[in-house]
Design a protein around this ligand. Structure first.
Ligand SMILES: Cc1cc2nc3c(=O)[nH]c(=O)nc-3n(C[C@H](O)[C@H](O)[C@H](O)COP(=O)(O)OP(=O)(O)OC[C@H]3O[C@@H](n4cnc5c(N)ncnc54)[C@H](O)[C@@H]3O)c2cc1C
Length: 409
C-alpha cells in the first residue's frame, strides 16, 4: 500500500496531486464540494505560469500598474517592473472558478483520482493512515486506508485539527464582485488599486482588482476587527463610490486567511501545505503561488520517501522550505507590522512605495520569489527616504507634544 490521500483539491491540493501522479505514486484527491469557488482576489505573479506550465488563457486580465491610496487619499502610482525590464512585468488576474478547475482536471489527466466528499477524521499508526469521510452524493460514511495524507484543506484545516494542532491566528477577507458599465470599467483597465486607512482596513489593506468583465472589491481585517468586516467593506465602497456608479453586485464572498505559518508542517505520514500550513505572506496576503509551491515541494519529498514516510524523512520539506523562503516571510511580516501599524505609518508606507528602489525590489521579490541582495548605496538611499518620510509625518505630532509640555511646565 503506497497510496496518498490529499484533503482539499484547490490550488495547493491539485498541484500536489499532479506532482505525485507524475512521479508514479497512486493518489486520491478528496474535495468537499466541487462547485465551491474559493473567495479570492486572484492576483498571481507571472512566475507561477512559467513554473507550473499554466496556459496564458487562464489569465483573465494583465495589470501593469498598482495605485496605492494613502489614508489621506494621496495616490502613489507603482509601475509593475523588476530590476531588468521583461515581458513578464505584469500581475496576472485569474478567476478562481476557472483556475482551480483547470489545475484539478490536469491532476486527473495525470492519473489522480478525484472523490467528492468531506474529510471527517483520521488515525495514524505505524503502518498507514485510516481516513473517514462522508461521500457527497450518497451522504454515506466511508473509510480509506492509505500510506500518507497531505492536508491541503485551507485556513480552517480539519486535517491539522485531526492531528491535534492548534488553530492558527486568522484574519478575515471579504469581497464583492461587481459588474460595471463599460465606461466605468475603463477606469480599471490596467490597474489594481490598494487602499490604506483605518476606516477600510485598520491593520491590513483594502483592494479593487479588475477581472475580464468585472472588478473584485474587498477588505482584509485582522483578528481584532473581524466583527467590523462588513462595515469596513461598506466604507470602502463609499470611498470609491464615484468609480462604482451603475455597478451590479453579483457575488459576495468571505473567508479566513492564516496570519502566520505553522512551526512544523510534516509529521509521521502527514504533511500540511498552503493555507493549512499558514503559508500566506504578510503585507500582501498572497497565498496562491505559495500553496502551489508548497504542494509541489511536499509531494516531491513524499514521493521520495513513500515506502517509509516517517516524520524524520518528511521534515526535509520543512527544512527546504524555510531555507529558501524564511527570510522573505520574516521580512514581509515585519513590513506588514511596520507599514500598516497606524494612520501615520500608512502615510509613510505610501511615500515609501514612491521610492523607485523600493518599487523595483518589491516587484523583483514578487515576480521572481527571491530576496535580491541590495547594494549598500541603494540601502542608504532607501533608508534616507524612509527616515525623511517618518520625519515628515511625525513632525507635527512631535511639535504639538513639545508645545503642550512647554505650556504645562
Ligand atoms: C478574500 C480573499 C482574497 C485573496 N486574494 C488573494 C490574491 O489576490 N492573491 C493570492 O495569491 N492569494 C489571495 N488570497 C489567498 C488565497 O486564496 C489562498 O492563500 C489560497 O487559496 C490557498 O490555497 P490552498 O490550496 O492552500 O487552500 P484553499 O484554496 O483554501 O482550498 C482548500 C480546499 O479544501 C477543501 N476542504 C476544506 N475542508 C475540507 C474537508 N473537510 N474535506 C474535503 N475538502 C475540504 C475546500 O473546499 C477547498 O477546496 C485571498 C484570500 C481571500 C480569503
Amino acid at each position: 500500500m503506497d497510496e496518498v490521500l490529499i484533503v482539499g483539491a484547490s490550488v495547493g491540493g491539485a498541484t500536489a496531486a499532479e506532482t505525485l501522479a507524475r512521479a508514479g505514486v497512486p493518489v486520491i484527491m478528496l474535495e468537499r464540494d466541487l462547485s465551491y469557488i474559493k473567495p479570492c482576489g486572484g492576483a498571481v505573479p507571472p512566475v507561477a505560469f512559467d513554473e507550473f506550465d499554466i496556459p496564458q488563457a487562464m489569465i483573465s486580465r494583465k495589470v501593469h500598474r498598482t495605485l496605492v491610496h494613502s489614508p489621506s487619499e494621496r495616490v502613489t502610482e507603482v509601475e509593475v517592473a523588476g530590476l531588468e525590464a521583461s515581458e513578464n512585468d505584469y500581475v496576472a488576474m485569474v478567476c478562481r472558478e476557472d483556475f482551480d478547475d483547470y489545475l484539478r482536471q490536469r491532476a486527473v489527466q495525470s492519473g489522480a483520482e478525484l472523490i467528492e466528499g468531506q474529510f471527517l477524521d483520521m488515525q495514524v499508526d505505524a503502518h498507514g493512515v485510516t481516513v473517514h469521510y462522508r461521500e457527497r452524493t450518497t451522504q454515506t460514511r466511508q473509510t480509506l486506508r492509505v500510506a500518507a495524507v497531505i492536508g491541503a484543506d485551507g485556513a480552517y484545516s480539519p486535517t491539522a485539527k485531526a492531528l491535534g494542532l492548534p488553530n492558527l491566528p486568522r484574519c478575515i477577507a471579504i469581497q464583492e464582485r461587481i459588474r460595471l458599465p463599460e465606461d466605468k470599467m475603463a477606469r480599471w483597465e490596467d490597474s489594481a488599486d490598494l487602499y490604506l486607512g483605518t476606516e477600510v482596513s485598520p491593520d491590513l489593506y483594502a483592494w479593487a482588482f479588475p477581472k475580464k468583465d468585472h472588478i473584485a472589491v474587498g477588505i482584509g481585517a485582522g483578528p481584532k476587527h473581524t466583527k467590523a468586516a462588513r462595515q469596513l467593506l461598506e466604507n470602502l465602497k463609499q470611498r470609491i463610490a464615484p468609480d462604482l456608479v451603475g455597478g451590479d453586485i453579483f457575488m459576495r464572498e468571505a473567508h479566513a486567511l492564516p496570519m502566520h505559518p505553522r512551526r512544523h508542517m510534516s509529521f509521521d505520514r502527514t504533511m500540511l501545505i498552503g493555507d493549512a500550513a499558514g503559508l500566506v505572506v504578510g503585507t500582501s496576503g498572497e497565498g496562491i503561488y505559495w500553496a502551489m509551491k508548497s504542494g509541489k515541494m511536499a509531494a516531491e519529498v513524499l514521493a521520495e520517501n513513500i515506502s517509509n514516510p516517517v516524520q524524520q524523512a518528511l521534515r526535509h520539506y520543512d527544512r527546504q522550505w524555510w531555507r529558501q523562503y524564511g527570510t522573505m516571510y520574516r521580512f514581509l511580516r515585519g513590513l506588514q507590522v511596520w507599514g500598516y501599524g497606524n494612520t501615520r505609518q500608512k502615510e509613510v508606507f505610501t511615500d515609501m512605495c514612491r521610492n523607485l528602489d523600493v518599487q523595483r525590489l518589491t516587484f523583483e521579490s514578487y515576480m521572481h520569489k527571491n530576496m535580491t541582495p541590495v547594494p549598500w548605496l541603494v540601502q542608504m538611499r532607501m533608508t534616507g527616504d524612509i527616515l525623511a518620510a517618518q520625519v515628515r509625518h511625525y513632525a507635527p505630532q512631535m511639535r504639538r507634544r513639545v508645545a503642550n509640555a512647554t505650556r504645562n511646565a
